[in-house]
Design a protein around this ligand. Sequence first.
Ligand code: ARG
Length: 277
Amino acid sequence: MYKAHTCSKFILFLVLTSFSVVTFAQTYVVGIEPSFPPWASVSEGEFKGIAPDAVRAIAEQQGFDVEFKSMSFPSLIPALEAGKIDILATGLTVSKKRAEVIDFTIPWWHINLVSLVKKDSGLNAITALCCGSDVGAQSGSTNNDWLTDNLVDNGIDINIRTYPDDTTGVQDLQIGRIDAYFIDSDTASLFIQKNSDSLRIAGVINPHPVSVYALGVKKGNDELLEILNKGEVELYESGEWADIIHEYLPGVAVGDVPGVLPPGISSYEEPIPGYSD
Ligand code: ARG
């Protein structure tokens, strides 16, 4: 009887401990739009790229689980606001407009903006973005905003054509439906690598304020922001960040994490949860 009692206690202990092991790790849903190599892509059903790989590595270091959810790019920020996803992971550019509705982690990468054109078009850095040019950009992207705010609103004559994803936009460029496609520098270089016989870079813009990438979380989710900021810094300091970057962009110079903070963004004017310097 005594033995049976001890034994059942032991079984109860085993059940409870294994149960707590199973339920311990929190699962965060990560939203991604995977037509954006090298930052976000999909291969044989698996999400690949710098952003998902880094989030998986942070999850392992910080002890949480992740589940990826593929969505169209313009639906990612509304999904974050509505709590349908917890983390937005792609080459997400930090912007003042976005900082009003979501919170950004510390920035981890710096990019430029590039005009892709057909190799045989006579366009240059200026003419690709003026004089009646049809310019493509991903809908809902900061590239689209940059063209509107800096060119259209200043009376520069371009027609912006938006695309649900960059692959479709670049295809339209190749068949001559648009004159230029305006895209982030890393992604542009991968498109060029794959289509070096038909595409080239006509011009590069280093925008002001700087264009930097970060992860996004729901506004006010300081607990997760703190985990991710700590995770980004630890990933960088452990050298794993550079390994991930070099897997996709061999030989590229890896900047410091945190990167340069763009000025005037409300979430950075207060102390950043999980990051102090
Ligand atoms: N960096 C740009 C932005 O944040 C474009 C990002 C596109 N990302 C993607 N997964 N398609 O607006």
